[in-house]
Design a protein. Structure first.
Length: 150
């Protein structure tokens, strides 16, 4: 498997315009982990002065999507990756920049095996949010690979 991780990092904002709108940035990206940050921006703050919950949600979903692309970009001719559902817990008010650290719950091999067996695999990506070194929330996004060819 040879993924162009730099290409994913360079193109995510054009593929998903909201990434560019919020100014989300990559900290790092591998097939095992995606870490992105939401810079502190007054336009996206809530009534408490921290980042708006919707901006944090988008950060987490974007980090999970980058991880999906890092693992399955070579499959995009035959599958469409889709977020199925998401759950988020806001644990503490974030102040300043927020970091989202995303990790897969299943391996690429397991997911591709299930796909090859005719299943439409679903898998979770877990995200931890931190701000100023403390945990401010957690999120799980369930993804699927929907076959696009009969």
């Amino acid at each position: 498997m040879s993924m162009n991780l730099q290409g994913i990092k360079d193109s995510l904002a054009s593929m998903v315009p909201m990434v560019g709108t919020l100014g989300l940035e990559f900290v790092h990206l591998t097939a095992d982990n995606a870490t992105m940050t939401l810079p502190d921006q007054p336009a996206f703050r809530n009534h408490l002065g921290g980042p708006h919950a919707g901006a944090m949600f988008t950060l987490g979903e974007s980090a999970s999507g980058a991880l999906v692309l890092a693992n399955f970009a070579d499959q995009l001719e035959s599958v469409a990756p889709l977020a199925v559902c998401a759950e988020i817990q806001y644990r503490a008010v974030a102040m300043g920049a927020v970091i989202a650290d995303a990790n897969m719950s299943a391996t690429r091999g397991d997911i591709l095996t299930r796909l090859g067996e005719g299943e439409r695999p679903e898998f979770d990506i877990h995200i931890e949010f931190t701000s100023n070194g403390r945990n401010t929330g957690n999120m799980t996004v369930r993804w699927t690979l929907k076959p696009t060819t009969p």
